[in-house]
Design a protein around this ligand. Structure first.
Ligand code: HEC
Ligand code: HEC
Length: 241
């Protein structure tokens, strides 16, 4: 997984920057169906918002580099399903989806992005993103460093997201090192859909059966503490940059 061909990939990135991406995808054999130039062009578009090599410096956009592959795939497929199947504005069908707790997610930006992507391109892009270092730095063996005492509210989260927020199973995202404002927004959106609040037309919304249940129990103060906690960790789940 992470370590396969890693040294090669890191040195390619170091030497070539983004040009290393196509070499990386070729090395991993994911270009059999998709033109590597197309993958690279698509990733350049992603990085325009999500930051160079997928590491965000803005609370408006999540870091997507090094994120769990099943999770990334689910999110992109969900954005696409919603953008194809339902209008961006609130309507009965869309609201019903939210109410049933089915996974649903909409963002004007991401709806535009995924519109033109077929399954093969989504898979190829996810493969590259998953293998990128989550902090944009050459990967190191994880060093155990000082960890922050987690706020009490985080205890329940550790079952799935891990004590250090790096995610324990496929489909569960890494929270450690994620943008604070982004985490805040996601938890509030998940809480709103759990409360069956209609989402304002044209605004991002999100529902997930598991996370609706979790978010419902959180106060604003809990959400603040949680977003602060995870964003203070680096993406390996340790204190420090
Ligand atoms: C125009 C800006 C923009 C571009 C370009 C863009 N994104 Fe996004 N993306 C966003 C925003 C904004 C969000 C957060 C939406 C929300 O608040 O739910 C997001 C969210 C995501 C998420 C969910 C992350 C998470 O942690 O849940 C994924 C995955 C993602 N984008 C992947 C991509 C990929 C892959 C590309 C390129 C094919 C891309 N994005 C291009 C703006 C953009
Ligand atoms: C039973 C497992 C489980 C528990 C417990 C859990 N989560 Fe999650 N969490 C998930 C899954 C699965 C997802 C992906 C949901 C989706 O597909 O949209 C997720 C998504 C998230 C996201 C969105 C991340 C992103 O990148 O957009 C946040 C934030 C989050 N969880 C925070 C928490 C917090 C805070 C707690 C504790 C209060 C918690 N979770 C407890 C399984 C869990």
């Amino acid at each position: 997984m992470a370590n396969r061909g890693f040294v090669l990939i890191v040195s390619l990135f170091g030497a070539l920057g983004l040009a290393g991406l196509s070499a990386q995808t070729e090395a991993q054999g994911v270009t059999s169906k998709v033109d590597p130039h197309k993958v690279r062009e698509t990733l350049d578009v992603c990085f325009g918002c999500h930051g160079p090599k997928g590491v965000s410096a803005s609370g408006a956009f999540p870091t997507i580099a090094g994120q769990d592959s099943a999770y990334l795939l689910n999110q992109l497929m969900t954005f696409r399903r919603i953008s194809h199947g339902a209008p961006a504005t609130q309507d009965a069908a869309q609201f019903a989806t939210v109410r049933k707790g089915l996974p649903g997610r909409s963002s004007n930006e991401m709806a535009e992005v995924v519109k033109g992507m077929d399954d093969d391109l989504v898979v190829a892009v996810v493969k590259v993103l998953t293998d990128l270092p989550c902090d944009g730095k050459p990967r190191q063996r994880t060093q155990r460093m000082e960890t922050l005492p987690p706020p009490a509210q985080v205890k329940r989260c550790t079952v799935c997201h891990g004590a250090d927020g790096v995610g324990l199973r496929p489909g569960v995202p890494r929270l450690a090192g994620q943008q604070r404002a982004y985490l805040l927004r996601q938890l509030k959106m998940l809480r709103n859909s759990a409360r069956s609040k209609p989402h304002p037309p044209g605004e991002a919304w999100r529902s997930s059966r598991i996370m609706n249940t979790q978010a419902l129990r959180l106060s604003d103060a809990d959400i603040d503490a949680i977003a602060h906690h995870y964003s203070e960790l680096n993406c390996h789940g340790n204190v420090g940059s």
